[in-house]
Design a protein around this ligand. Structure first.
Ligand code: AMP
Ligand code: ZN
Length: 468
């Protein structure tokens, strides 16, 4: 690669954009918090998956495919999963019902993110496999909790094990929260057994009808945060390079992961770069089920090719909020149509340095797209180097997975019809109706419907649109 290109990443912890220097360039290590598998993932969940996929691809390009380890966990122990299992499989033993819910949701998640052209991470550990000490000696949650107790960072109270936040002088550094200020202003009711309001659960008891594991503190289950401390240590070691997720995870989840990992291992940091994507909203509003603007990836894939969803996500820099709109999706689709057409059957074999430079600047995908537009224009006027670079850069970013022909054919069936042909059929239908030949007019309407064209009759005549 071009030695003048230096990757720089914004680190939420130090609040600056720094040169990325891996601990070991032969083994670059990244952890991203994965889905809680109880229901379809929504389009907001797709953002971290796509953003960190782009980073993973860039790191593989820079350090070599076999020198990057990407871990994304699957959270398969959670009270939302228990509730869903009880709702969907009443009467079935809870363990079995939970397994059904998590297996189905995990398969769906994989289908969704595969369609978004995201590479599978190197490892996708499941939380339930890391609760108890393991035969292979990899880190596990119970051992981590024991270490925290032994080092004076955790205590048992009210049947739970809690992390003692006052045992860590710089607790709160990631989110910039000051413990004392918070306590002074705390309006949150403090659970009677907590020593300090910020203390959080490492282990809690399970009732007979909740999933549980036998531990030194009785039958119970882990808190949420401890699973990522265990699984990251299991595959990436006590200190690794990059930790990512959406910015809602900064507090409390990542703050608490840091507290657990650093205090259990006695290290000054957990990860060297903390990266957080901004939030996605829909048509200017927070996405929520009650507002009726809540979209699963699965639903969107019925209307839009996965590459269109991916492209639309990358038009905005990952740290900015993104407004997800139908207009944006339509523009994204048009751009990809055009690029597929300009690239044609060129495969390409070299990535553009300008694309790499933009990616290296804290994943500036917005700038990448500007560069690609420039390459497209040059390619269109016959510059074969530009066509080569456009093709290969797009492939490196996960696009052009189809041939230009199959992409265009899909567009045809999805949206594009020959407007002149539609109009002549409409005219023929109007004539048939005028002649009271309703059999023929119905036949024409059905022919149009088969092309995906819906007719609207009014006193001013007949208009048409493409069915969605
Ligand atoms: P969750 O299942 O809620 O833990 O979310 C899984 C991932 O999706 C986390 O990294 C969240 O930060 C991220 N996420 C959830 N909602 C959104 C959203 N609306 N926009 C961007 N990222 C989100
Ligand atoms: Zn996590």
């Amino acid at each position: 690669m071009n030695p003048s290109l230096q990757l720089r990443l914004y680190d939420t912890l130090t609040r600056d954009k720094r040169d990325f220097v891996p601990i070991d360039p032969a083994r670059v290590r990244m952890y991203v918090c994965g889905p809680t598998v109880y229901d379809f993932a929504h389009i907001g969940n797709a953002r971290p998956v796509i953003v960190f996929d782009v980073l993973y691809r860039l790191l593989r390009h820079m350090y070599g495919d076999s020198h990057v380890t990407y871990v994304r966990n699957i959270t398969d122990v959670d009270d939302k999963i228990n509730a869903r299992a009880a709702r969907d499989f009443p009467g079935m033993p809870l363990n079995e019902a939970i397994r059904k819910v998590t297996e189905k949701t995990e398969a769906q998640f994989h289908a969704d993110v595969d369609a978004l052209a995201c590479l599978r991470p190197t490892v996708e550990p499941r939380a339930t496999d890391f609760v108890l000490p393991r035969a292979d000696g990899k880190a596990d949650m119970v051992t981590l909790i024991k270490q925290l107790i032994a080092r004076g960072h955790a205590y048992e109270a009210g049947g739970e094990v809690l992390f003692d936040t006052t045992s860590m002088p710089d607790y709160g550094a990631l989110s910039g929260r000051n413990l004392e200020e918070q306590q002074a202003g705390a309006r949150v009711a403090v659970d009677a057994h907590k020593k300090h309001p910020n203390d959080f659960v490492l282990w809690k008891q399970s009732s007979a009808d909740e999933p549980g594991w036998d531990s030194p503190w009785g039958r119970g289950r882990p808190g949420w945060h401890i699973e990522c401390s265990a699984m990251s240590a299991a595959y990436l070691g006590d200190v690794f390079d990059i930790h990512g997720g959406g910015l809602d995870l900064i507090f409390p989840h990542h703050e608490n992961e840091i507290a657990q990992s650093r205090c259990a291992h006695g290290t000054p940091v957990m990860a060297n770069y903390w990266m957080h994507n901004g939030f996605l909203q829909v048509e200017g509003e927070k996405m929520s089920k009650s507002l009726g603007n809540f979209f699963t990836i699965h639903e969107l894939l019925a209307d839009w090719p996965g590459e269109v969803l991916r492209f639309n996500m990358l038009r905005t820099h990952y740290r900015q909020p993104i407004d997800w709109t139908v207009k944006g999706l339509e523009e994204s689709w048009k751009t990809l149509d055009d690029w597929y057409w300009v690239v044609g059957d060129s495969i390409g074999d070299r990535i553009s340095n300008a694309v790499l430079a933009a990616l290296s600047d804290d994943l500036n995908t917005h700038q990448v797209i500007t560069v690609l537009h420039g390459l497209r224009n040059k390619a269109q006027s016959g510059d074969e180097t530009a066509r080569n670079e456009l093709a290969w850069s797009l492939r490196m970013l996960g696009f052009l997975r189809e041939s230009a022909t199959s992409w265009a054919a899909r567009r045809q069936t999805n949206a594009d019809v020959d407007a002149a042909k539609v109009q002549s059929l409409i005219d023929a239908r109007t004539a048939a109706r005028a002649a009271r030949d309703f059999k023929e007019s119905d036949r024409i309407r059905d022919e149009l419907a088969a092309m995906g064209v819906v007719l609207k009759d009014s006193k001013d005549g007949t208009t048409w649109e493409i069915a969605r």
